[in-house]
Design a protein. Sequence first.
Length: 115
Amino acid sequence: QLVESGGGLVEPGTSLRLSCVATSIDFRRFTMGWYRQTPGNQRRELVARVLDGGVIDIADSVRGRFAISIDADKHTLDLQMNSLKPEDAAVYFCNARNHLGFNFWGQGTRVTVSS
């Protein structure tokens, strides 16, 4: 239900834009966000999410470099990543969850940052 795109291999300091499309999900009824998982780490860490009222919750490690945007009508959730660092390399996942216990994940898109 969640389909990510936009990952790839980029050099440090450059930008990348990830997109998530979820045509069967009403974005207004879910908390939409981006998470990432690094190699050898079973835990997915929050990158950024859009809370009720459009409040943005963003990780300190990417604050000022990454920006999340949502278009509920188009069912898209984007993550603009600027000034990428090698430590940003990970598989990035789109997530949709709500208070009823629904928790959906995309298949992930890999971002590699290397010179």
